[in-house]
Ligand binder design. Structure first.
Ligand code: UD1
Ligand code: CA
Length: 462
């Protein structure tokens, strides 16, 4: 059986954070989840995470998976180090198992690479294989020390390196595949005899070699994939890599991007071809966008389903649905639970909340549509307010097809305006409007002739 162990108990002191290192997020997903997802590409029978103080948090995040979480006690009275961490999983391992060991702080690893790594190990009947890469500046990484035949002799941690060893550019990614028996035998012989006083997992290779077995290395070209995150600066660098990977994926699927360096799209988002996303847009959550859409300006879209041919300009849209051909913005806010049909126009400074709006309806300027059910081809003029809240309860406003709500109207809910009902500008409507009626609620206009002249005479006498 293949077993995967992910090390995630480390204190992560270099992160300078009160939160667990491996739970830090990149593109809104934690480091450890990226590693877990990549490990799905390898056929593993058991996944084990070594957790530390983050055990409860990890259990919560992974509650609906079959991952086994082992606790590594952290404190001065306990041993520390990657070797000790792996030793805590030994009771889960049989002699014939193949054990893939990963680190929780390397979120850029691709599933395909892990699969190739495992295949290489199996095809060559290796006892142990270390995934390595070359890097110009390997500061912090363990160095790969080889003999003149190119066989691995040992791995030396950066802090324990001699001057000569520091010059070696090939480093330990932290990813290993090893036979179960060899792992058990060697790990029990580890000591803490090094600069950091830790039980280094990397010391097992010298032990295995001394016992006559050969250790192989699997060198990958793309050093980015094994980038280990130990600080907040490295976190931001890795996030940048992920962001670019996601944007490249969309472009390869036919999405047009203007200035992709300034577009933030989470990997859960789906976008149809020939849709264009311009600079500054942020799309998150389970958002699905159709084809031929144009999304630009300072737009944020979260958890929303958008049809084809939709235009969105400088607007915020959350947990809603937008139908084909609709256009929104600039500066509109579509709040949760709104369902907009086709060919709708929601214009400048219009807020929509928990409302259903049917095809062809327009609200072009400065309106609040809250808890409304609007029919087809309704016109909501400038400054219309749905007064949906009585201080205690929310109420709905229903507006039938082809109704016309004039400018600066207050619709006090609960209220129904039937189809083809007209409401005159400036009215505050509290009673239902029947089909085909015009409703006017305001004092009748009076024009007083000669009033200005009288006022001027009065003023001149003062
Ligand atoms: C480790 C390797 C180093 C390699 C580098 C690659 C060792 C001794 N060193 O160094 O050769 O080049 O990764 O990124 O293995 N962890 C535990 N329990 C512990 C200590 C660590 O679970 O007691 C976990 C951490 O949470 C982390 C991983 O192991 O996910 C690696 O630990 P870290 O301290 O980051 O090791 P490095 O110094 O980076
Ligand atoms: Ca590390």
């Amino acid at each position: 059986m293949n077993i995967c162990i992910i090390l995630a108990a480390g204190e992560g002191t270099r992160m300078k954070s009160k939160n667990s290192k491996v739970l830090h997020k990149l593109m809104n997903k934690s480091m450890i989840e990226y590693v877990l997802n990549a490990s799905d590409s390898v056929n593993v029978g058991k996944k084990i995470i070594i957790a530390g103080k983050n055990k409860n948090d990890l259990e919560n995040i992974l509650s609906d998976t079959d991952v086994i979480i082992k606790e590594q006690k952290i404190g001065k009275e306990y041993p520390y180090g990657t070797g000790y961490a792996v030793s805590l999983a030994l009771d889960e391992i049989d002699n014939n198992d193949n054990v893939l060991i990963l680190t929780g702080d390397t979120p850029l690893i691709k599933g395909q690479t892990l699969k190739e790594f495992m295949d290489f190990h199996n095809k060559n009947n290796n006892i142990a294989t270390v995934l390595t890469a070359n890097i110009e500046d390997p500061t912090g990484y363990g160095r790969i020390i080889k003999d003149h035949n190119g066989n691995l002799i040992k791995i030396v941690e950066h802090k324990d390196c001699t001057e000569e060893e520091l010059k070696i550019k090939e480093f330990n990614s932290g990813f290993i595949v090893i036979n179960g028996k060899a792992l058990k035998n060697s790990i029990n012989k580890l000591d803490q005899d090094n600069i950091q006083g830790e039980m280094y997992l990397t010391d097992i290779f010298e032990i295995i070699r001394e016992e006559g077995d050969k250790i192989s290395t699997f060198l990958i070209d793309d050093v980015e994939e094994v980038y280990g995150i130990n600080s907040k600066l490295q976190l931001s660098i890795a996030q940048e890599v992920l962001r670019k990977r996601i944007n490249s994926y969309h472009m390869s699927n036919g999405v047009i991007m203007e200035n992709p360096n300034n577009i933030f799209i989470e990997d859960s988002v789906i976008i149809g071809k020939d849709s264009e996303i311009r600079s500054g847009v942020r799309i998150t959550g389970n958002t699905i966008i159709g084809e031929d859409c144009l999304i630009y300006g300072d737009t944020v879209i979260d958890n929303t389903k958008i049809g084809n041919n939709v235009t969105i300009k400088s607007s915020t849209i959350e947990n809603s649905e937008i139908g084909d051909g609709t256009d929104i913005g600039p500066y509109a806010h579509i709040r949760p639970n709104s369902k907009l049909g086709k060919n709708i126009h929601i214009g400048n400074f219009v807020e929509v909340k928990n409302s259903n709006i049917d095809n062809g309806t327009k609200a072009g300027h400065l309106a609040y549509i809250g808890d409304g059910d609007l029919g087809k081809d309704v016109n909501i003029a400038c400054g219309v307010i749905f007064a949906n809240y009585d201080g205690k309860f929310k109420h709905r406003t229903r507006i039938g097809d082809n109704a016309f709500i004039g400018s600066n109207v207050n619709l006090v809910a609960p209220l129904t305006v039937e189809k083809k009902g007209y409401v005159a500008a400036g009215s505050t409507i509290t009673k239902d409007v029947r089909e085909g009626e015009l409703s006017v609620e305001r004092a009748e206009q009076r024009n007083i002739s000669g009033w200005v002249k009288k006022k001027e005479e009065r003023d001149s006498r003062k």
